[in-house]
Design a protein around this ligand. Structure first.
Ligand SMILES: [Zn+2]
Length: 97
């Protein structure tokens, strides 16, 4: 039962569906603690990357640019791929509906 053992390890990555971790409503980043929330406010529904220092959600264009650079730098996507991916991704996020 290798699969069960893997799941029992309690992975806290963004893909395994740990229901206790809130995701940023703008970019989907898991926010394991208040430090990762906008303005470090425990009630904030969006993460530090999507909010300014006061915890206000940044403009859509600014968040979009930030996510595109993230995927280019960290996921090795081309700029075009990242733009397509982010545009599609953002249409599904509660903050941008
Ligand atoms: Zn975010």
């Amino acid at each position: 039962m290798i699969i069960k053992e893997v799941f029992d390890m309690g992975c806290d990555c963004c893909c395994c569906g740990d229901k206790k971790v809130d995701m940023c409503e703008s970019c989907g980043m898991p926010m394991q603690n208040a430090e990762l929330r906008g303005g470090k406010q425990p009630e904030n529904k969006c993460c530090v990357h999507c909010c300014d220092a006061e915890g206000k959600l940044k403009g859509k264009e600014e968040v979009r640019e930030g996510m595109i650079s993230y995927y280019v730098e960290h996921e090795g996507k081309s700029k075009e791929d990242a733009e397509t991916f982010v545009d599609e991704y953002m249409t599904k996020m509660p903050a941008w509906k």
